[in-house]
Design a binder for this molecule. Structure first.
Ligand SMILES: [Zn+2]
Length: 64
C-alpha cells in the first residue's frame, strides 16, 4: 500500500501544498485576495440593487 502524505491543494491553481497552507505561492495568495475582494464588491452591488428595487416597489405600490 502506498501511503499518501497529508496535503492540500492550492485553492487557486490546484497544486499540492503543505497541509497548513492554502496556496502554493504568494502570487496565488494575492490572486485569491483579489478574487475575494471582487466577489465581495459584486455581492455588495447586488445587495444594493436589491435594496433599491425593494424601496422602489414600496414607493410605487398603490396605497389603500
Ligand atoms: Zn497556486
Amino acid at each position: 500500500m502506498v501511503k499518501v502524505l497529508p496535503h492540500k491543494h492550492c485553492v487557486v491553481c490546484g497544486k499540492a501544498v503543505e497541509p497548513d497552507k492554502s496556496y502554493c505561492s504568494d502570487k496565488c495568495e494575492d490572486q485569491l485576495k483579489k478574487d475575494q475582494r471582487r466577489q465581495r464588491m459584486f455581492f455588495l452591488m447586488l445587495f444594493g440593487i436589491l435594496i433599491i428595487m425593494i424601496l422602489f416597489s414600496l414607493l410605487s405600490a398603490p396605497k389603500g
